[in-house]
Write a protein that binds this ligand. Structure first.
Ligand code: E4P
Length: 218
């Protein structure tokens, strides 16, 4: 499974990249606005911080012609960029056009397998299925992810299913269980993946025993 961090904060990206396990970064207009710097400047800094990673940067127009202009501009900034496109009618048309031109896309704001089918058929590189926002409505956000993974596998689509709107480590566990290709998550959730109380207790016991015996390496 690929792991992406979902942030516009370059320091968080650098910290996650230093672990050597980061496959990419997802941003969205909200995260870029929160980062407080220019869009292009932020995206290029992220590309540099994650060499070879897939960096999603989103268009903000909602009509096809302007979306195409924005997508072409964003894609020209760096070869690592994946153009993020909302799942609206002109968005699917845009994904088809970009696929024909060899520009990679991440279709965002996907909540159902029917929407995911449109994205897969248009040639999306990634299909971002949001989980947390559905759970917030007391529904099961992961159900559509499972259906989408089955759909992609059954029909042999090239799209990768990306679990987005991850709110806690259990979402990552569930994403693995349904066979999703990618999970993107806030930096704080990625940090939580390291944690287990028995790891802390176990390490303390090892080190206490070692030190009590007066041992040394070498
Ligand atoms: C995905 O790429 C989105 O940027 C993100 O996962 C949305 O998460 P949220 O629902 O916590 O805002």
């Amino acid at each position: 499974m690929k792991l992406f961090v979902d942030t516009g904060d370059i320091e968080e990206v650098r910290r996650a990249a230093a672990w050597g396990i980061l496959d990419g970064v997802t941003t969205n207009p909200t995260l870029i606005a929160k980062a407080g710097k220019g869009f292009k400047e932020t995206v290029l800094a992220i590309c540099e911080a994650v060499p070879g990673g897939d960096i999603s940067a989103e268009v903000v127009a909602t009509d096809y012609d302007t979306m195409l202009k924005e997508a072409t501009e964003i894609a020209s900034w760096h070869p690592q960029i994946v153009v993020k496109v909302p799942l609206i009618e002109p968005g699917i048309r845009l994904v088809s056009t970009l696929a024909d031109r060899g520009i990679r896309t991440n279709v965002t704001l996907v909540f159902s397998v029917g929407q995911a089918l449109m994205a897969a058929k248009a040639g999306a590189t990634y299909i971002s299925n949001f989980v947390g926002r559905v759970d917030d409505l007391a529904d099961d956000g992961m159900a559509a992810v499972g259906d989408t993974v089955d759909m992609v596998n059954t029909y042999g689509f090239a799209s990768e299913v990306l679990v987005a709107s991850v709110r806690h480590p259990l979402h990552v566990t569930q994403a693995i269980q349904v066979g999703a290709h990618v999970s993107t998550m806030p930096f704080k959730i990625m940090e939580m993946l390291f944690k287990h109380p028995l790891t802390d207790i176990g390490l303390k016991r090892f080190l206490d025993d070692w030190n009590a015996a007066g041992l040394k390496i070498g």
